[in-house]
Design a protein around this ligand. Structure first.
Ligand code: ZN
Length: 262
């Protein structure tokens, strides 16, 4: 919301609010159990952020998808949850969300370790480009509205936050007072633990896709943090605490879970 201060910001918001049918908004909020425990005040702030998000970013349908206002709102509300306490500035520097009807298959040249170039054709539910757009599959956004730990919108936006200080590496820029050393130690230990468990054939409650790389670990655990905070806390409490300090939200408290330990 840079530069939008005081009366100007409220004028912009008034205009954006007038564009949305309140019943539409209520229906979309109802369809997102992820937002159930937000207070009324938080929900109002989230809705305002979502409207500003839709004003700042182009949502472009691809492959003939009919992208309705309700679908746009559903994407924007989920996209803004991670920055509810950080502000929209954290999403500055990129401008578009491209929405495919289903999984999409980007074709790209990949140079293997042996120097051989091949074309990668891997179906994806979402993608985040460094300094570029976010790409989402609507079918996966819809599936992600169930509260099961899987949320492609939060996943891709977590990558965007991670990329604010360069290539995605599993560590977004941390706030003053947070220790990069503690972050690195906490995430490395949990990452190694999950990799060992997945390699041993354990069916982990956290999506094993997290073991692809530290960047995927941060994105997947961000999904878990917002969708199933009690599960993340039970598995990796120290990671939960780092994410709580980074996102400046405590979803576990919203669920009435255990009091914070630090
Ligand atoms: Zn990812």
């Amino acid at each position: 919301m840079r530069g939008l201060t005081g009366w100007w910001q409220s004028r912009v918001l008034e205009r954006e609010r007038a564009r949305v049918d309140p019943q539409d908004l209520a229906r979309v909020l109802d369809a997102l159990p992820l937002l159930d425990e937000l207070t009324d005040e938080e929900t109002r702030r989230l809705a305002d952020l979502a409207l500003l998000f839709l004003r700042d970013k182009r949502l472009d349908p691809a492959q003939g998808l009919a992208l309705t206002d309700a679908m746009r709102l559903a994407i924007a509300l989920q996209a803004c949850l991670p920055v509810l306490e950080l502000g929209l500035d954290w999403y500055s520097g990129w401008y578009a969300v491209i929405v495919y009807p289903e999984e999409f298959v980007p074709e790209r040249e990949v140079v293997g370790d042996d120097g051989v170039v091949w074309t990668e054709r891997e179906a994806k539910s979402g993608e985040a480009w460094e300094q570029g757009p976010i790409i989402l599959s609507w079918a996966d956004v819809e599936a992600g509205m169930e509260r099961d730990g899987y949320n492609v919108v939060i996943h891709e936006l977590a990558h965007k936050l991670d990329m604010r200080d360069g290539a995605a590496n599993g560590c977004p820029p941390l706030h003053a007072g947070m220790s990069p050393k503690v972050w690195a130690e906490t995430f490395s230990a949990a990452y190694e633990n999950l990799c060992l468990r997945v390699d041993a054939g354990e069916e982990t409650p956290i999506d094993p896709y997290a073991t692809e790389s530290p960047a995927e670990f941060f994105a997947v655990l961000s999904e878990t943090f917002f969708e199933l905070p009690d599960l993340l806390y039970a598995e990796y409490p120290k990671v939960y605490e780092q994410l709580r300090d980074f996102y400046r939200q405590d979803p576990l408290i919203r669920l009435g879970g255990p009091a914070r330990t630090s």
